[in-house]
Design a protein around this ligand. Structure first.
Ligand code: NAD
Length: 256
């Protein structure tokens, strides 16, 4: 399928996006690691950063790695959690939360690939976490045990004795089918679908933007660089997530 190139949209020219947003009944926002980059959390593909440098993701963040060496996987996730603990949501997360009020009565749903919990911390009420969260642990056997991730984590599930693990979707694992279904429904129903700070290489998350486009949504990409999803976007804002979102909220407030 050959698609038109998206129209670049500048921060001085957000009317093209404000107008359809004002008419929208359902807005979905898919976010990725780029949104949290401005909180100081390295993205997955940033070269040479501390989080992913010198590690084999398959050893520390895959289901096979967990079976092979749970202690190594826990050590890496503990490190990840302590890095996240020192970081806070940025203006981009806060603006996304503010969109709920600015666009009411339209429904605003966030679909995130991030595991940092920043959308909820910033005040968003409807968030689907496709890849889980670093804020929770659960029973690996999924007997029903889940708890906030406190400093001391039991090695074994108190209910069934299976191993306890972070509530994160690792490489080699399927996404929670109910969450994925709700995300797909939101993509199909969206009037406007934002794709913010994601490279669009991780499936099935990336496919949601294609689904939204095929179902007729206006797709708006926000990313300093081109991505796999650029060809599916109607508009591309080649800027940082927070710069774009701050400008968008300002435009909506003054149009309101
Ligand atoms: P990715 O690392 O593959 O891509 C990040 C994208 O963000 C790139 O396209 C980059 O150009 C863009 N970007 C960088 N800075 C930006 C900014 N300031 N504003 C807007 N865009 C910016 O990330 P992904 O597509 O989300 O996929 C990586 C996977 O790794 C996901 O599954 C995610 O769960 C996980 N991850 C999560 C976190 C987190 O929770 N904060 C961090 C790293 C990785």
């Amino acid at each position: 399928m050959l698609l038109d190139q998206p129209t670049n949209v500048s921060l001085n020219d957000l009317e093209k996006i404000v107008r359809p947003l004002r008419k929208a009944e359902r807005v979905a926002i898919m976010s990725g690691a780029g949104l949290s980059a401005e909180s100081g959390i390295p993205t997955f593909r940033d070269a040479g950063n501390g989080l992913w440098a010198d590690v084999d993701p398959m050893a520390v963040a895959s289901i096979d790695g967990f079976y092979r060496d749970p202690a190594k996987v826990w050590a890496w996730h503990n490190d990840l959690r302590s890095r996240l603990a020192g970081a806070t949501p940025n203006a981009g997360h806060r603006c996304i939360a503010e969109l709920e009020a600015l666009l009411a009565p339209a429904e605003v749903l966030v679909i995130t690939q991030n595991i940092d919990g920043f959308h909820q911390e910033a005040g968003s009420h409807s968030v689907l976490e496709l890849h889980g969260t670093v804020k929770r642990i659960r029973c690996h056997r999924q007997c029903g045990f889940a708890a906030p991730w406190e400093d001391v984590v039991p090695e074994r599930c108190p209910a069934c004795g299976a191993l306890v693990r972070p509530d994160i979707v690792w490489f080699g694992e399927a996404l929670d089918s109910e969450i994925l279904e709700r995300a797909a429904d939101a993509a199909l129903a969206a009037d406007v679908f934002f794709v913010i700070g994601t490279s669009g290489v991780v499936q099935p998350a990336a496919g949601l933007a294609v689904l939204a486009k095929d179902a007729g949504a206006l797709v708006v990409e926000v990313n300093p660089g081109e991505t796999n999803l650029t060809e599916f976007a109607d508009y591309s804002a080649r800027t940082s997530a927070s710069e774009f979102l701050v400008a968008l909220c300002r435009a909506l407030r003054s149009a309101g």
